[in-house]
Design a binder for this molecule. Structure first.
Ligand code: HEM
Length: 488
């Protein structure tokens, strides 16, 4: 009661709510960006709200991003928060079901398989999958049509990612049993499971069955591959992980390889599929950009539009900027959470965040702040060109570079630059390892799509659907129909 009556002057301002336990859960959950914006206007860059009974402290802006994402191991912890949700889905002993040091090694294994050499082989694989999809899918028969774009982008994402990362063998199984198993596994990846992950509910039973079955399929393939011996023809993530060894000399056990493969597919699937859907919706909203993208390929790759290569992608800056700009306004991960392990003073303030709080980082707030991005609400892929009037005014705050930032964690994701306003892939020790793969995958999907189609809204308007924040990764509200027209 004392706590309720007397506010501790060292704690950040509290968002008011009349509901005990529920607090601001509903207003936050319906529309996190609006919740962050309104409360930032009222309380400043650091404030606390009640999320399902838990005091949750938000710190926004480049300094806030740095404070949370670059937090030290002794101060912040991700696995404690994520594990109830992720462990039943990924399986044991990987990612958040192990100490952070082990995750660092696992990320290093994953990262090594994502090299330039691998990327060169992935572009033709992804191109082939996209072309094949548009050729075979009945929704794209004829000269024009209307499609609910997220449904198709989800399928294209899983076909391209499974083929590139897990090999032809695994990809083929997605035409049959694996697609529906992954669908069941996905049911476990919903925010309600932060609370109900343990409950013997029908969807959790299906989740557990799917996890076991998929892991067994992968482990059987691993066994087969070990028995067959390496003929050197396949280069994929599975081959790399199954032959990796921890620093202490322990070879990665097969169940861990299987579980890492599940984690990689799940992490990539939702974020990339949401992003590619937003890209197609933005192109439909801005048909002139769709045309510019096509002309960019004609100009920079040649009018005969040869088969795409990894090197070609570097010759298509607008194609790259479309991905970058879409992630600025539609980052699929709107909230990143950490448990507080020791009281954390917030630099430049009197606040000390106690261990009873959870920290919430929302880099999307600075990515849509006019202080860094002129006319932030406008989706303008040209803003990433140096002479654009909307070009970002990014200020790097090097004063905040701490010793730990200089550590190279070994997977290339040195945490320098966590004080940036633009961090769709996170920062610090939990930074995304899939950034380059996602970029390559998204850029290839766009390039192949604009070769085949012109896109527009079905009523030719400039409207855009709203965002669905109810699932763990934000995505377009469905149905989200667009119109396609085949190029001559
Ligand atoms: C971590 C975003 C695609 C694998 C993260 C984080 C973000 C993110 C924000 C940090 C989470 C945190 O700090 O709690 C994205 C976006 C993507 C994308 C926007 C696509 C547009 C991928 C892909 C893969 C992947 C394709 C796999 C190939 C991972 C992994 C982590 C991660 C393994 C590390 C988790 C950790 O260390 O805690 N991603 N990601 N991501 N992502 Fe991605």
């Amino acid at each position: 009661a004392k706590q309720l009556l007397f506010k501790n002057p060292n704690e950040p301002p509290m968002v008011f709510s009349i509901f005990p336990f529920i607090g601001s859960t509903v207003t936050y959950g319906m529309d996190p960006p609006t919740f962050f914006r309104t409360n930032r206007e009222k309380h400043g860059d650091v404030f606390t709200f009640i999320l399902l009974g838990k005091k949750t402290t938000v710190a926004v802006g480049p300094a806030g991003n740095d404070f949370i994402l670059n937090g030290k191991l002794k101060d912040v912890n991700a696995e404690e928060i994520y594990t109830p949700l992720t462990t039943p889905v990924f399986g044991r002993d990987v990612v958040y079901d192990c100490p952070n040091a082990k995750l660092m090694e696992q990320k290093k294994f994953m990262k090594i398989a994502l090299t330039t050499e691998a990327f060169r082989s992935y572009v033709p694989i992804i191109s082939g999958e996209v072309k094949n999809y548009f050729k075979k899918n009945p929704a794209f028969k004829g000269e024009s049509g209307m499609v609910n774009v997220p449904k198709h982008m989800a399928e294209i994402t899983i076909f391209t990612a499974s083929h590139a990362l897990q090999g032809q063998n695994v990809r083929n199984r997605f035409d049959e049993s694996l697609a529906s198993l992954y669908h069941d596994l996905d049911m476990g990846f919903s925010p309600i499971n932060f609370m109900l992950h343990w409950a013997p509910l029908p969807w959790n039973r299906r989740r557990d069955h799917a996890q076991k079955t998929i892991a067994k399929i992968y482990m059987d393939i691993i066994k087969e591959r070990r028995a067959k011996g390496d003929d050197g023809t396949e280069f994929d993530m599975m081959k790399h992980l199954m032959n990796s060894t921890y620093k202490d000399g322990t070879p990665v056990p097969d169940h861990e390889t299987a579980h890492m493969l599940i984690a990689l597919l799940m992490a990539g699937q939702h974020s990339s599929s949401s992003t590619s859907s937003w890209i197609m919706l933005r192109l439909a909203q801005n048909p002139e950009i769709c045309e510019e993208l096509y002309q960019e390929q004609v100009k920079n790759l040649g009018a005969d539009l040869p088969d795409l290569t990894y090197e070609d992608l570097a010759k298509l800056p607008l194609n790259q900027h479309v991905v970058k700009e879409t992630l600025r306004l539609h980052a699929p991960i709107h909230s990143i959470l950490r448990a507080v392990k020791s009281p954390m003073p917030v630099p430049g303030t009197n606040y000390v965040i106690p261990t009873t709080h959870t920290l919430l980082s929302a880099p999307g707030v600075s990515a849509s702040d006019p202080a860094y991005f002129p006319n932030p609400e406008v989706w303008d892929c040209h803003r990433w060109e140096a002479d654009s009037p909307n070009a970002p005014t990014i200020v790097r705050n090097d004063a905040s570079v701490e010793d730990e930032e200089k550590i190279d964690y070994g997977y290339g994701a040195v945490s320098k630059g966590a004080a940036s306003p633009y961090l769709p892939f996170g920062a610090g020790r939990h930074r995304c390892i899939g950034e380059q793969f996602a970029n390559l995958q998204l850029q290839t999907i766009i390039a192949e799509t604009v070769r085949l189609f012109k896109l527009s809204n079905i009523d030719r308007s400039r409207k855009l659907v709203g965002t669905d924040y109810q699932s763990l990764f934000s995505r377009p509200l469905e149905p989200a129909f667009i119109r396609w027209e085949r190029r001559d």
